[in-house]
Design a protein around this ligand. Structure first.
Ligand SMILES: Nc1ncnc2c1ncn2[C@@H]1O[C@H](COP(=O)(O)OP(=O)(O)O)[C@@H](O)[C@H]1O
Ligand SMILES: O=P(O)(O)O[C@H]1O[C@H](CO)[C@@H](O[C@H]2O[C@H](CO)[C@@H](O)[C@H](O)[C@H]2O)[C@H](O)[C@H]1O
Length: 462
């Protein structure tokens, strides 16, 4: 027994985290289960608390790995969640398990199936299973650090060496914060690509599957974490692109090669994962999702009501236009999801899909042009953000944007032999859909950036 109970301890802390989805509103947490390491490494206990925020509509299930220590951990003040009184162990210091290097190491060991995590008996059953996909030697962990920045999940870079030859094998452990029943596309799609031999995603190492009771008490399964090869010294395309615009560099070569890389990934995905006909039901479902996004953006930004009819007309034109076969895609493709890896080229990350979209939708075959549209929106964001910052004149940014767009589309068309510009209704609807999603996303996360998708909507409607 802990005093205060873990849900009370977590309440104020969770509300301050970047990945908390109901910013500005207090959570109301219910304990779902706690997965505990059977034999704690180094005397530091790892527990994964699964807590449901029932104040959110619909309720959101969060994963919170915690470590429990008998003494404070020097230098880890920022990782301290709080102090509790444990009825068996006495006073304990509870840390964010991702920021505590022993916690991150224990999570890695759970993924590589060297550490067992079991749920609280008897009523709140839960369990986790590690699953190794890569042939890694027995590694010695040398350190762990959480990556900072704007992230929907928590990623920890883990240094490790092969004790036999001293070679370094840096790894990245991604802890999914919002959990869903079912396979997480970030695991499923990236592993499918990596195991097909694609160098366009990081090497696969393993994943952690969890079991927990859903709202109705039925045991469900979903992914808790993913471990991959970490690619050091690889800036993401967002940073590379911003530096390029500010320096006045021609974007054509980089954007074209990104178009080629995108088409290559789409081709591999179509060959290793199921594809489907765009039948009446699939078209209706996707068309409905566009209308839902329009409604969500309008409720976030009511002034958009003036544009509602024009927006619906764009969606209607796309619904009746010719559609290609549906297939698995990236799903939330933007410049921040691509690394520029020296000697390897563009490497794609984060196939989890849009965090604001239900998982059931994100795992269905979809329109590959959705990714093309996502990247075009991202070039628009890059141009918009340098103008917002006053770093580049609007006319120069506009000129840069049109070169980047055309080069990206040329690269994509070159490899696929299907030019997205030959499907203008669909491409326009998907760009508009993404911009509407961005209105909702920015309203909840970065209201100062709202101008960028709003201006994007105006441009698309023009
Ligand atoms: N395998 C990797 N190698 C190097 N950096 C990575 C790797 N995976 C993720 N990153 C870095 O971590 C950031 C966040 O990862 P991402 O998978 O996009 O997480 P999130 O879902 O939290 O946004 C990326 O933008 C990138 O900078
Ligand atoms: O990377 P995530 O999976 O967390 O994606 C979410 O956050 C992104 C912001 O970091 C957001 O992307 C939007 O902003 C980007 C610039 O920061 C821009 O390049 C993208 O085009 C734009 O959509 C993404 O939409 C959201 O799902």
């Amino acid at each position: 027994m802990l005093e205060p109970p873990v849900t009370e301890l977590l309440r104020p802390w969770l509300a301050r985290q970047r990945w908390y989805t109901s910013k500005g509103r207090d959570p109301d947490l219910r304990a779902v289960t706690t997965l505990r390491a059977a034999a704690p490494a180094s005397g530091v206990g790892l527990e994964i608390a699964l807590v449901r925020d029932v104040a959110a509509v619909p309720p959101v299930l969060y994963q919170v790995p915690l470590t429990s220590r008998g003494e404070p951990l020097a230098g880890a003040e920022n990782a301290l969640v709080g102090r509790v009184e444990d009825s068996e162990l006495g006073e304990r210091w509870i840390y964010d398990g991702c920021q505590d290097p022993d916690g991150a190491t224990a999570l890695l060991r759970a993924v590589t199936d060297e550490l067992e995590l079991t749920g609280e008996p008897p009523a709140r059953l839960g369990r986790a299973h590690g699953h190794r996909t890569g042939l890694l030697p027995a590694l010695r962990v040398t350190g762990a650090r959480v990556l900072g920045g704007e992230q929907s999940n928590t990623s920890v870079v883990i240094g490790s060496v092969d004790p036999d030859d001293g070679r370094e094998h840096p790894l990245i452990l991604k802890v999914f914060r919002v959990l869903h029943a079912g396979a997480n596309p970030d695991v499923e799609v990236q592993q499918a690509l990596a195991l097909a031999g694609s160098s366009r995603v990081p090497g696969a190492v393993g994943d952690l599957l969890g079991q927990w009771p859903d709202d109705a008490g039925t045991q469900v399964t979903g992914h808790l974490a993913l471990v991959q090869e970490f690619l050091p010294a690889a800036p993401d395309a967002w940073r590379v692109t911003l530096a390029g615009i500010e320096a006045g560099t021609d974007p054509a070569a980089g954007a074209r090669s990104l178009g080629v890389a995108t088409a290559e990934v789409h081709a591999t995905l179509a060959s290793v994962l199921p594809t489907t006909e765009p039948d009446v039901a699939a078209r209706a479902r996707i068309h409905r999702s566009w209308s839902d996004r329009r409604a969500a953006a309008l409720s976030r930004f009511p002034a958009l009501a003036d544009r509602a009819e024009q927006i619906e007309a764009v969606f209607e034109a796309a619904r009746t236009a010719p559609w290609p076969r549906l297939q698995r895609i990236h799903g939330d493709y933007h410049l921040g999801q691509v690394l520029d890896v020296p000697g390897r080229g563009w490497v794609l990350l984060d196939f989890e899909g849009e965090p604001l979209r239900p998982l059931a939708e994100r795992t269905l075959p979809d329109l590959p042009l959705r990714d093309v549209a996502g990247m075009l929106r991202s070039y628009d964001y890059a141009a918009g953000s340098v103008v917002l910052a006053g770093a580049v004149e609007p006319a120069a940014a506009e000129n840069w944007l049109s070169r980047a767009r055309e080069a990206f589309l040329d690269g994509y068309a070159h490899l696929t032999r299907a030019d997205p510009r030959e499907q203008p209704e669909l491409l326009r609807a998907l760009e508009l859909d993404k911009a509407l999603y961005e209105v909702s996303y920015e309203a909840g996360n970065r209201p100062d950036w709202l101008r960028v998708p709003l201006e994007g909507i105006e441009r698309i409607l023009r």
